[in-house]
Structure formats: structure tokens, C-alpha cells
Design a protein around this ligand. Structure first.
Ligand code: HEM
Length: 125
């Protein structure tokens, strides 16, 4: 398993995902089984999380996360979010999926809700 926050793909990626390196604050993202179980939905799911945020109770590997809300990652361009989310899927998720700037833009403009996103999650990972 690679490090949680290597200095790639841009300086902003590790800074933005840093809360996820402390598992008490946010769920770990380096869970290949989770990303692979999402399959074709993985780009939609992660695009939704970074543009819509997440504040629903989530249980990840036996730990319940609901104390801290993940806010949408404001002030970050579609290109940056595509690079960061693609890095999460490829490096931390060992997934074949990637995210394009157009997918981020489409999700920003969509009416997808946090409940819609939560419904996509595989519950066992
Ligand atoms: C671009 C950077 C980020 C990415 C790609 C990202 C990704 C994610 C993903 C995929 C989830 C859902 C995990 C799952 O379904 O198991 C999540 C949840 C969460 N994230 Fe992030 N995140 C980022 C930045 C941040 C930042 C900056 C913070 C804190 C300031 C944060 C705090 C959280 C918290 C607290 C949750 C759990 C929310 C809940 O329990 O409903 N994240 N994040």
C-alpha cells in the first residue's frame, strides 16, 4: 500500500486530502476494495463528494464518521479536482477509472444530492 499523502499529483492534492490521513478525522481513502466495488460509478461518486460534500453518517471499516462534515472543496478548478480525484482512484484505489474535468463540471451543475451519493456506496468496504 502506498503512502496516503505523497507529494503528487500537484501541491494542492496532498494538502487537500491531508485530513484523510488521520483516520480519526476522515475515512481512509486507500481502500482498493471500495473503489473497485464502485466500478464504473467511482468517477461519479468521487466527483460528487468533492463538489457536493458529504455530511451523512458513514461507517468505514467499523468506524463511524459523522463528527466532521466534509464541505465541497471550494476554490478548486475542474482540472485540479479531476487530477486529485483521478490520483485517489488510481494510486489509493488501484482502480482503472479516472475522472475528467468535464465530469467534475457536470457534477457541479447537477442536482445530485448527498443521499444519492451515499446510496452508491458499497457497504462492506
Ligand atoms: C480533494 C480533496 C478530497 C477528496 C478527494 C476527498 C474524498 C472523500 C471521499 C471519497 C469521502 C467519502 C469516503 C467514503 O465514502 O468512504 C470523503 C469523506 C469525508 N471527507 Fe474528504 N476528501 C477531500 C478533502 C477533504 C477535506 C479538506 C476534509 C476536511 C477538512 C475532508 C473531510 C472529510 C470527512 C469528515 C468525511 C466524512 C464525512 C461524513 O462522515 O459524512 N475531506 N472525502
Amino acid at each position: 500500500m502506498r503512502a496516503c499523502c505523497p507529494a503528487r499529483p500537484s501541491q494542492r492534492g496532498p494538502a487537500l486530502t491531508a485530513p484523510h490521513c488521520s483516520r480519526r478525522i476522515a475515512p481512509p481513502l486507500n481502500r482498493p476494495g471500495f473503489w473497485q466495488a464502485l466500478g464504473d460509478q467511482a468517477p461519479t461518486y468521487i466527483s460528487g463528494i468533492v463538489t457536493k460534500g458529504m455530511a451523512k453518517p458513514l461507517t468505514v471499516q467499523g468506524t463511524r464518521y459523522m463528527g466532521l462534515v466534509m464541505v465541497p472543496v471550494a476554490g478548486t478548478t475542474d482540472e485540479e479536482l479531476a487530477a486529485i480525484t483521478s490520483w485517489v482512484l488510481a494510486d489509493l484505489g488501484q482502480s482503472a477509472q479516472s475522472v475528467t474535468p468535464d465530469q467534475i463540471a457536470a457534477m457541479r451543475a447537477s442536482t445530485t444530492t448527498q443521499n444519492d451519493l451515499k446510496a452508491m456506496r458499497p457497504t462492506e468496504e
